[in-house]
Design a protein around this ligand. Structure first.
Ligand code: NAG
Ligand code: NAG
Ligand code: NAG
Length: 560
């Protein structure tokens, strides 16, 4: 008797639970259908910007205090399985060379000795013997050989179309969240994924509440890689952007550094040139390439005597150079064109850049010891930044590097310029300008890039706020908002001069004020919980944020 009753009860509970989970499931699915009100796109910042897509998303975003909740189940088990099946072989092969690739040392650093980068000059920095070159050339060949078939088999892995990817974890979760808040504030509908490098960095409130309310989600890297790979590979991968790109579910994506803030909706970049025909867009750094001739030896690439460029500008009529000392190595046919790249943002289509991503992953796995040393030779910013272009170059996959120049922002402290961030320029405007100048004088033997391409004309579309970062905890504890005399300063005042096109109704777009108001909204009004801020009283942090907002109100950007 009892057991029949119990059965009935269990069935009833089952029905209720099914119903409950069904509606929960429906709810979580309908998140991505959240529509952004029409007309929003024309506004970059208004007084209700603070609410956009967080509190009016219909989701409960109050702090749960449940940050010790562990990650439960992968959201996309089938994709993870396919990913592991596709890539585990090549990842393990890369890992297998860890005892064979040596550590190189610079004899000099390129950033201490900037000069005329001829082949002879570029040979002076890293000394590497013939035997090592021969050994690594053979390993490199084997890697490339094993990547080849994957360019085809991995092509259909990514079924989600366009999106934005940022890397989170630790303090980067905060910076990425702030960047995502900016992305949503001007209304782009693109989905967003935040890659979380390790299980320990997964945060319940961030991943299950805050990001969903911004139509974004966490992708836990260990879930995508799987236990087998996590346990067998000695590179855990969290510092490798190419791994994050591969782990995201999007086929076309804009990768943004967590401290990089967009100023415009990037949706159109996916649909237009230069991305449309190339599938990869990179942005320039300040510096000329300082890649060692040994790197080209390892790649099996020969560089000819034909000069086909002058810096970043192509020559219409190539010049045969008999004396290699009189020409820069990277102006010659067969070398990678100037300038060096900056990887704070990258547009890439995975279906035709699998080779680029896997080879650049290889260069990164052995980057700090070996490949970075050959690719940059101690030039400023040595790191992963040039590995994407190097991968595309070797695998013969297309890319377009923006010719418009990087823009420095900062303030003057006692007469000295203090750089705080960098701006990069709009790729579509850059491309149109490039085509215009290239086609301008069909009867002339030379292009007139140097005269006719204004490298500061294209609009700034991103502010890479890296020095210091938009991290109020660090700004507060390390007194980053004070100059050498101890006076409070605006860090980003001069940004205004470059983004006047963003003025709304005659109101200046005050980048720093907007960022601080967003900090205040997230940390002080919504009281969001993030592990990174556990060490400081929220009250203290908010007093700091408020006082800088007060300072900025008293020193408007238009009066600087
Ligand atoms: C860019 O060039 C166009 C056409 O020459 C000009 O009208 C415009 O003012 C320029 N913009 C900037 C920011 O230099
Ligand atoms: C903010 O959230 C924390 C939990 O994450 C809670 O302990 C605290 O009381 C909240 N503060 C306010 C002012 O709501
Ligand atoms: C917070 O404090 C702990 C213990 O002192 C320390 O290990 C940790 O690095 C601190 N976190 C931050 C973000 O400073």
């Amino acid at each position: 008797m009892v057991s029949v009753r119990l059965k009935k009860l269990l069935i009833l509970v089952g029905v209720i639970l099914t119903f409950l989970f069904g509606s929960l499931y429906h709810f979580s699915n309908s998140r991505s259908d959240y529509t952004i009100p029409e007309g929003l796109k024309s506004y970059f910042y208004t007084s209700d910007d603070r609410l956009r897509l967080l509190t009016n998303s219909g989701l409960d975003i109050s702090g749960s205090g449940k940050n010790d909740i562990k990650f439960k189940k992968p959201q996309n088990a089938q994709f993870n399985k396919d990913f592991q099946k596709t890539f585990s072989g090549i990842f393990k092969l890369m890992d297998s060379f860890k005892d064979q690739i040596p550590t190189l040392t610079h004899e000099m650093e390129a950033n201490q000795n900037r000069g005329f980068w001829s082949e002879t000059e570029l040979r002076k920095f890293v000394k590497v013997d013939e035997e090592t070159i021969a050994k690594v050339t053979k390993i490199h060949e084997e890697i490339v050989h094993n990547i080849q078939p994957l360019r085809k088999t991995a092509r259909d892995l990514y079924t989600n179309k366009d999106g934005i990817v940022l890397i989170g974890g630790d303090k980067f979760s905060w910076l990425s969240l702030l960047s995502i808040k900016s992305i949503r504030s001007f209304g782009t509908r693109l989905p967003i994924e935040m890659i979380i490098p390790t299980e320990e960095e997964y945060e319940y409130d961030l991943c299950e509440k805050l990001l969903p309310s911004l139509n974004a989600k966490c992708i836990l890297l260990p879930e995508v890689l799987g236990e087998d790979l996590m346990n067998t590979m000695s590179f855990s991968g969290y510092q490798y952007k190419s791994l994050a790109i591969l782990a995201s579910s999007f086929n076309n994506l804009l990768l943004l550094d967590s401290d990089n803030v967009l100023l415009t909706d990037p949706e159109r970049y996916f649909k237009n040139e230069p991305f449309k025909s190339t599938g990869m867009v990179t942005w320039p750094d300040y510096w000329e390439r300082t890649t060692s001739p040994h790197f080209y030896d390892i790649l099996g690439v020969s560089i000819s005597n034909l000069q086909i460029r002058d810096g970043k500008w192509p020559l219409k009529t190539p010049i045969l150079q008999t004396n290699k000392d009189k020409v820069k190595l990277h102006n010659l046919k067969g070398a990678i064109p100037d300038l060096s790249s900056e990887s704070g943002q990258l547009l890439i289509r995975k279906s035709d850049h699998i080779g680029t991503l896997l080879l650049s992953l290889f260069y990164n796995v052995y980057g700090p010891n070996f490949f970075y040393k050959l690719i940059s030779q101690g030039e400023s910013g040595e790191g992963d930044k040039d590995t994407f272009v190097a991968g595309a170059f070797k695998m013969d996959e297309k890319y377009y590097q923006v010719s418009s120049e990087i823009q420095s922002f900062g303030y003057f402290d006692d007469g000295n310029f203090q750089g705080v961030s960098m701006g990069q320029r709009d790729p579509i405007e850059d491309y149109n300008l490039f085509q215009k100048v290239k086609n301008a004088h069909p009867h002339l033997k030379e292009y007139k890039f140097a005269d006719e391409f204004d490298t500061r004309n294209a609009s700034i579309f991103t502010i890479h706020a890296n020095f210091p970062k938009l991290n109020p905890y660090q700004q507060f504890t390390e007194k980053k908002l004070l100059n050498s005399k101890g006076e409070e300063v605006r860090l980003y005042g001069d940004v205004y001069n470059f983004i006047r096109h963003l003025e709304t109704d005659g109101e200046p777009y005050d980048f720093e004020m907007i960022q601080f108001k967003r900090m205040k909204f997230l940390l002080c009004e919504l009281n969001i919980s993030l592990k990174y801020f556990n060490n400081i009283s929220r009250k203290e942090l908010c007093t700091f944020i408020d006082s800088h907002i007060d300072f900025m109100v008293k020193h408007p950007v238009s009066e600087l």
